[in-house]
Design a protein around this ligand. Structure first.
Ligand SMILES: [Zn+2]
Length: 273
Protein backbone atom coordinates (compact mmCIF):
# COMPACT_ATOMS: atom_id res chain seq x y z
CA UNK A 1 0.00 0.00 0.00
CA UNK A 2 1.22 3.46 -0.73
CA UNK A 3 0.72 7.16 -0.16
CA UNK A 4 -1.24 9.64 -2.25
CA UNK A 5 -0.49 13.34 -2.68
CA UNK A 6 -3.62 15.46 -2.32
CA UNK A 7 -4.04 19.09 -3.37
CA UNK A 8 -6.88 21.04 -1.75
CA UNK A 9 -6.85 24.57 -3.22
CA UNK A 10 -3.06 24.62 -3.09
CA UNK A 11 -2.78 22.93 0.30
CA UNK A 12 -0.73 19.82 -0.36
CA UNK A 13 -0.87 16.84 2.01
CA UNK A 14 -0.42 13.10 1.94
CA UNK A 15 -2.74 10.27 2.86
CA UNK A 16 -2.24 6.53 3.11
CA UNK A 17 -4.28 4.48 0.68
CA UNK A 18 -4.92 1.66 3.18
CA UNK A 19 -6.53 4.04 5.70
CA UNK A 20 -8.64 5.69 3.00
CA UNK A 21 -9.87 2.43 1.50
CA UNK A 22 -10.76 0.99 4.91
CA UNK A 23 -12.63 4.14 5.97
CA UNK A 24 -13.57 5.03 9.52
CA UNK A 25 -10.84 7.64 10.00
CA UNK A 26 -9.74 11.01 8.69
CA UNK A 27 -5.99 11.49 8.52
CA UNK A 28 -3.22 13.39 6.77
CA UNK A 29 0.45 14.28 6.73
CA UNK A 30 0.93 17.99 6.04
CA UNK A 31 3.59 19.63 3.86
CA UNK A 32 4.76 23.25 4.02
CA UNK A 33 2.42 24.23 1.17
CA UNK A 34 -0.97 25.91 1.40
CA UNK A 35 -0.85 28.13 4.48
CA UNK A 36 -0.49 31.81 5.29
CA UNK A 37 2.69 32.00 7.39
CA UNK A 38 5.53 34.14 6.09
CA UNK A 39 9.30 34.03 5.54
CA UNK A 40 11.05 30.86 6.71
CA UNK A 41 7.69 29.67 8.09
CA UNK A 42 6.07 29.94 4.68
CA UNK A 43 3.55 28.74 4.57
CA UNK A 44 1.60 25.94 6.32
CA UNK A 45 3.35 26.11 9.69
CA UNK A 46 1.38 24.01 12.21
CA UNK A 47 3.92 24.41 15.00
CA UNK A 48 2.90 26.58 17.93
CA UNK A 49 6.48 26.91 19.14
CA UNK A 50 8.05 28.40 16.01
CA UNK A 51 7.57 32.07 16.98
CA UNK A 52 4.86 32.41 14.37
CA UNK A 53 1.90 34.78 14.59
CA UNK A 54 -0.84 32.86 16.46
CA UNK A 55 -3.51 34.17 14.09
CA UNK A 56 -1.61 32.82 11.10
CA UNK A 57 -1.13 29.43 12.78
CA UNK A 58 -4.85 29.32 13.62
CA UNK A 59 -5.65 30.00 9.98
CA UNK A 60 -3.26 27.23 8.93
CA UNK A 61 -5.09 24.78 11.24
CA UNK A 62 -8.37 25.93 9.79
CA UNK A 63 -7.12 25.30 6.26
CA UNK A 64 -5.64 21.91 7.10
CA UNK A 65 -8.90 20.88 8.79
CA UNK A 66 -10.81 22.03 5.72
CA UNK A 67 -8.58 19.96 3.48
CA UNK A 68 -8.99 16.85 5.65
CA UNK A 69 -12.72 17.44 5.97
CA UNK A 70 -12.33 17.35 9.75
CA UNK A 71 -13.25 19.58 12.63
CA UNK A 72 -9.96 20.02 14.51
CA UNK A 73 -11.57 21.73 17.52
CA UNK A 74 -10.98 18.77 19.80
CA UNK A 75 -7.26 18.29 19.31
CA UNK A 76 -4.79 16.50 21.56
CA UNK A 77 -1.05 17.03 21.39
CA UNK A 78 1.84 16.47 23.74
CA UNK A 79 5.15 18.14 24.49
CA UNK A 80 7.41 15.99 22.30
CA UNK A 81 10.61 15.04 24.12
CA UNK A 82 12.07 12.13 22.09
CA UNK A 83 10.85 9.58 24.63
CA UNK A 84 9.01 6.27 24.36
CA UNK A 85 6.06 7.55 26.40
CA UNK A 86 2.72 6.80 24.77
CA UNK A 87 -0.42 8.05 26.45
CA UNK A 88 -4.04 6.96 26.15
CA UNK A 89 -6.17 10.09 25.84
CA UNK A 90 -9.85 11.01 26.11
CA UNK A 91 -12.04 14.08 25.69
CA UNK A 92 -10.60 15.42 28.97
CA UNK A 93 -7.23 15.80 27.25
CA UNK A 94 -8.53 17.84 24.31
CA UNK A 95 -7.41 21.44 24.08
CA UNK A 96 -10.02 24.11 24.65
CA UNK A 97 -7.82 26.52 22.72
CA UNK A 98 -5.01 25.83 20.25
CA UNK A 99 -2.58 27.91 22.28
CA UNK A 100 -3.16 26.44 25.69
CA UNK A 101 -0.04 24.86 27.21
CA UNK A 102 0.60 21.17 26.58
CA UNK A 103 -0.51 19.11 29.55
CA UNK A 104 2.01 16.30 29.42
CA UNK A 105 5.26 15.21 27.86
CA UNK A 106 5.44 12.24 25.55
CA UNK A 107 5.74 11.17 21.94
CA UNK A 108 2.69 9.05 21.30
CA UNK A 109 -1.07 9.32 21.70
CA UNK A 110 -3.72 6.60 21.56
CA UNK A 111 -7.50 6.90 21.68
CA UNK A 112 -10.69 4.99 20.92
CA UNK A 113 -12.82 8.16 21.13
CA UNK A 114 -14.41 9.41 17.89
CA UNK A 115 -13.99 13.09 17.09
CA UNK A 116 -10.71 13.55 18.94
CA UNK A 117 -7.84 14.64 16.67
CA UNK A 118 -4.44 13.24 17.60
CA UNK A 119 -1.54 15.36 16.31
CA UNK A 120 2.23 14.86 16.21
CA UNK A 121 4.77 17.23 14.66
CA UNK A 122 7.74 16.54 12.43
CA UNK A 123 10.50 18.19 10.46
CA UNK A 124 12.73 15.11 9.81
CA UNK A 125 11.62 12.88 12.70
CA UNK A 126 9.28 10.17 11.45
CA UNK A 127 5.52 10.54 12.06
CA UNK A 128 3.70 7.22 12.40
CA UNK A 129 -0.07 6.72 12.43
CA UNK A 130 -1.72 3.47 13.50
CA UNK A 131 -5.32 2.41 12.93
CA UNK A 132 -7.09 -0.71 14.13
CA UNK A 133 -10.37 -0.77 12.17
CA UNK A 134 -11.64 -3.82 14.11
CA UNK A 135 -11.37 -2.47 17.67
CA UNK A 136 -11.59 1.13 16.41
CA UNK A 137 -8.43 2.48 18.02
CA UNK A 138 -5.98 5.02 16.59
CA UNK A 139 -2.51 6.25 17.48
CA UNK A 140 -0.16 9.05 16.44
CA UNK A 141 3.56 8.69 17.16
CA UNK A 142 6.62 10.93 16.85
CA UNK A 143 9.62 8.68 16.19
CA UNK A 144 12.95 10.41 15.75
CA UNK A 145 16.14 8.41 16.16
CA UNK A 146 15.87 8.35 19.94
CA UNK A 147 12.23 7.27 19.92
CA UNK A 148 13.00 4.73 17.21
CA UNK A 149 15.89 3.32 19.23
CA UNK A 150 13.49 3.00 22.18
CA UNK A 151 10.99 1.15 19.98
CA UNK A 152 8.15 3.64 20.51
CA UNK A 153 6.02 2.44 17.57
CA UNK A 154 6.09 -1.16 18.80
CA UNK A 155 5.27 0.01 22.32
CA UNK A 156 2.23 1.85 21.01
CA UNK A 157 1.02 -1.37 19.36
CA UNK A 158 1.46 -3.22 22.67
CA UNK A 159 -0.55 -0.56 24.50
CA UNK A 160 -3.31 -0.79 21.90
CA UNK A 161 -3.39 -4.55 22.50
CA UNK A 162 -3.30 -4.38 26.28
CA UNK A 163 -5.81 -1.56 26.71
CA UNK A 164 -8.24 -2.15 23.85
CA UNK A 165 -7.69 -5.75 22.75
CA UNK A 166 -6.23 -4.81 19.37
CA UNK A 167 -4.65 -7.67 17.48
CA UNK A 168 -1.43 -6.64 15.74
CA UNK A 169 -2.48 -8.45 12.56
CA UNK A 170 -5.47 -6.15 12.13
CA UNK A 171 -3.58 -2.89 12.76
CA UNK A 172 -2.75 -0.70 9.76
CA UNK A 173 0.38 1.47 9.93
CA UNK A 174 1.39 4.59 7.99
CA UNK A 175 5.03 5.63 8.29
CA UNK A 176 5.01 9.18 6.97
CA UNK A 177 7.46 11.53 5.26
CA UNK A 178 10.68 12.07 7.22
CA UNK A 179 14.43 12.02 6.94
CA UNK A 180 15.69 9.33 4.56
CA UNK A 181 18.91 7.35 4.98
CA UNK A 182 20.95 9.36 2.48
CA UNK A 183 20.23 12.56 4.42
CA UNK A 184 20.63 10.99 7.87
CA UNK A 185 24.38 10.69 8.35
CA UNK A 186 25.41 10.10 11.93
CA UNK A 187 28.38 9.30 14.12
CA UNK A 188 28.51 5.92 15.79
CA UNK A 189 26.38 6.99 18.78
CA UNK A 190 23.17 6.51 16.78
CA UNK A 191 23.83 3.01 15.39
CA UNK A 192 25.26 1.93 18.75
CA UNK A 193 22.13 3.03 20.58
CA UNK A 194 19.95 1.32 17.97
CA UNK A 195 21.74 -2.03 18.11
CA UNK A 196 21.99 -1.93 21.90
CA UNK A 197 18.25 -1.61 22.41
CA UNK A 198 16.84 -3.24 19.27
CA UNK A 199 19.42 -5.98 18.63
CA UNK A 200 21.77 -6.80 15.79
CA UNK A 201 18.87 -7.75 13.52
CA UNK A 202 18.46 -4.07 12.57
CA UNK A 203 22.01 -3.96 11.15
CA UNK A 204 20.76 -4.16 7.53
CA UNK A 205 19.27 -0.68 8.05
CA UNK A 206 22.65 0.82 9.02
CA UNK A 207 25.22 1.55 6.30
CA UNK A 208 28.82 2.30 7.33
CA UNK A 209 30.46 5.18 5.46
CA UNK A 210 34.02 6.45 5.59
CA UNK A 211 35.32 8.40 8.63
CA UNK A 212 33.32 6.46 11.25
CA UNK A 213 30.07 7.77 9.90
CA UNK A 214 26.87 5.90 9.19
CA UNK A 215 23.62 6.21 7.29
CA UNK A 216 20.57 5.05 9.25
CA UNK A 217 17.25 4.10 7.67
CA UNK A 218 14.79 5.11 10.39
CA UNK A 219 11.68 4.28 8.37
CA UNK A 220 13.10 0.87 7.56
CA UNK A 221 13.77 0.21 11.25
CA UNK A 222 10.26 1.32 12.26
CA UNK A 223 8.67 -0.93 9.60
CA UNK A 224 10.85 -3.81 10.77
CA UNK A 225 9.80 -3.24 14.40
CA UNK A 226 6.14 -3.15 13.48
CA UNK A 227 6.48 -6.33 11.42
CA UNK A 228 8.37 -8.02 14.27
CA UNK A 229 5.55 -7.31 16.70
CA UNK A 230 2.97 -8.88 14.41
CA UNK A 231 1.78 -6.31 11.87
CA UNK A 232 1.35 -7.82 8.42
CA UNK A 233 3.75 -6.49 5.77
CA UNK A 234 0.80 -5.59 3.53
CA UNK A 235 -0.60 -3.47 6.39
CA UNK A 236 2.54 -1.33 6.70
CA UNK A 237 2.77 1.66 4.33
CA UNK A 238 5.95 3.69 4.29
CA UNK A 239 6.38 7.02 2.50
CA UNK A 240 9.50 7.18 0.37
CA UNK A 241 9.59 10.99 0.66
CA UNK A 242 12.65 12.37 2.41
CA UNK A 243 12.13 15.72 4.15
CA UNK A 244 15.80 16.59 3.57
CA UNK A 245 15.64 15.97 -0.20
CA UNK A 246 12.42 17.93 -0.80
CA UNK A 247 12.81 21.37 0.73
CA UNK A 248 10.21 22.65 -1.74
CA UNK A 249 7.65 20.41 0.00
CA UNK A 250 8.90 20.02 3.58
CA UNK A 251 10.84 21.70 6.34
CA UNK A 252 13.90 19.72 7.38
CA UNK A 253 15.54 20.47 10.72
CA UNK A 254 18.82 18.98 9.50
CA UNK A 255 18.89 21.18 6.42
CA UNK A 256 17.32 24.39 7.77
CA UNK A 257 18.08 24.44 11.50
CA UNK A 258 15.73 26.69 13.43
CA UNK A 259 14.68 28.63 10.35
CA UNK A 260 11.71 26.41 9.75
CA UNK A 261 8.13 25.60 10.57
CA UNK A 262 6.57 22.31 11.60
CA UNK A 263 4.58 19.77 9.65
CA UNK A 264 1.93 17.71 11.45
CA UNK A 265 0.44 14.25 11.10
CA UNK A 266 -3.13 14.03 12.33
CA UNK A 267 -5.71 11.30 12.68
CA UNK A 268 -9.30 11.27 13.92
CA UNK A 269 -11.68 8.37 14.39
CA UNK A 270 -15.06 8.99 12.79
CA UNK A 271 -18.28 8.11 14.60
CA UNK A 272 -20.03 4.95 13.41
CA UNK A 273 -22.59 6.13 10.90
ZN1 LIG B 1 17.13 12.93 1.64
Amino acid sequence: MSFTQNDHSGLVYYTTDSFCSTGGVIHGFSTRLGGVSQGPLSSLNLGRSRNDEPDLVRENYHRFGDALGANLDRIVMCQQVHSDTVRIVTEADAFNDLYEPTRFEGDGLITNRPGLTLAVFYADCIPVLLYDPVCRVIAAIHSGWRGTSLGIAGKAVMQMSQSFGSRPDTILAAIGPGIGPRCFETHDDVPKAMVQTLGASISPFITPLLDQKYQVDLKGIIAYQLHSIGLLPEHISSSDLCTGCHLDLFWSHRKLGDQRGNQAAMIQLLPIS
